[in-house]
Design a protein around this ligand. Structure first.
Ligand code: 5AD
Ligand code: FES
Length: 347
């Protein structure tokens, strides 16, 4: 294990077999070593800065039916909503006042957000706040759509690949969704000059150590600017309701590994990590993450955007989330910084 970890930290690459060994052979000692190396390299690049992105959950209406997701089309118990253009602009204004310089517009695949509608929102946010980055996380769209949104000013796009294994993908999604299309979307986004984020759930149903090893190889070769990973958490109204949640332990271990694969990558300590453990996000930062994403959605819709059970931050105002995270980060020796938090290209 020591030799694998040393080689990973020096060459930023292992074979899929070796990544698998790193996962199946893990113990407290290897976790500690990975964590130490990950925090060291993160500190060299980003110091003790933690970047913030204000998350605006624009719609819980979704045409898809992913088996793990609480807002899947077949879930009849969800009270559906979408935010208007003006409501989204108001969230961004409030966020700006709180120091946010990156906004993430995330939502289900809701056909209301046509290119014209979504493009108009992006254009207006960029016109009012030209010093801010706009990130979209609105699912699979066509090349022309991604191209148009980019021309409206969208800087970044988050689209988790969910799993790098085609077979595993088909166990998490209905037949109407394809792994090929997902991967093609990521390539199109990259080609169009977006800063791209991929990612996957840790401990999703049927996931094997081999699957995770393939995810790591994908991160190594695709070299995303961002990579979002968080534990799978069951949602009571989905087919996966009886599967166990992923662990903080494995998620943090993988955060350290990904930091060593790709030292400059933007790595969020996710809300899901904070949901399975009250100090999960702190543990994520201390394992090598460098981004947090406080919720800027209007409080009256937050409970409705429940991708998984017991999601945190659904009762708090945006200012409270921002404060809460600043304090949490300060307590463990990190500072939240109010800038766009761009990927460091030099490294
Ligand atoms: N548990 C954890 N993460 C989930 N996501 C969706 N449903 C769940 C769940 N039950 C993640 C997916 C998606 C992102 C927005 O949220 O990876 O890409
Ligand atoms: Fe939302 Fe702590 S981050 S309440």
């Amino acid at each position: 294990m020591r030799e694998l970890i040393r080689r990973l930290s020096e060459t930023h690459s292992l074979s899929v077999d070796e990544y698998e060994s790193l996962i199946t052979g893990r113990d407290e000692e290897s976790a500690r070593l990975l964590r130490t190396l990950a925090v060291k390299v993160r500190r060299e690049i980003y110091g003790n800065s933690v970047y913030v992105r204000g998350l605006i959950e624009v719609s819980n209406i979704c045409r898809n039916d992913c088996y793990y997701c609480g807002i899947r089309r077949s879930n009849g118990n969800v009270e559906r909503y979408r935010l208007s253009h003006d409501e989204i602009l108001a969230c961004a204004d409030e966020g700006y006042g709180l120091g946010f310089r990156t906004f993430v517009l995330q939502g289900g695949e809701d056909s209301y957000f046509s290119d014209e509608v979504l493009g108009g929102i992006v254009r207006d946010i960029k016109a009012i706040h030209p010093d801010c980055a706009v990130t979209l996380s609105m699912g699979e769209r066509s090349y022309d759509s991604y191209k148009f949104l980019r021309s409206c000013g969208a800087d970044r796009y988050l689209l988790r690949h969910e799993t790098a294994d085609r077979e595993h993908y088909s166990r998490l999604h209905p037949a109407a969704m394809s792994w090929e299309n997902r991967m093609n979307c990521l390539r199109k986004l990259r080609e169009l000059g977006y800063q791209v984020g991929c990612g996957f759930m840790v401990g999703s149903p049927y996931q094997t150590a081999r699957n995770i090893a393939e995810d790591l190889k994908f991160v190594e070769t695709f070299r995303p600017e961002m990579c979002g990973i968080g534990p799978f958490i069951p949602h009571k109204d989905t087919p996966f309701r009886d599967f166990p949640a992923g662990t903080v332990e494995l998620t943090c271990y993988l955060l350290s590994v990904i930091r060593l694969i790709h030292p400059a990558v933007l790595l969020p300590a996710t809300t899901a990590l904070g949901t399975v453990d009250p100090v999960g996000r702190e543990k994520g930062i201390m394992a090598g993450a460098n981004v947090v994403m406080p919720n800027l959605s209007p409080v009256n819709v937050r409970k409705k955007y429940e991708l998984y059970d017991n999601k945190i931050c659904t009762g708090e105002e945006s200012a409270q989330c921002r404060e809460c995270l600043s304090n949490r980060m300060r307590r463990i020796g990190y500072e939240i910084v109010a800038d766009r938090g761009d990927f460091k290209k030099a490294v």
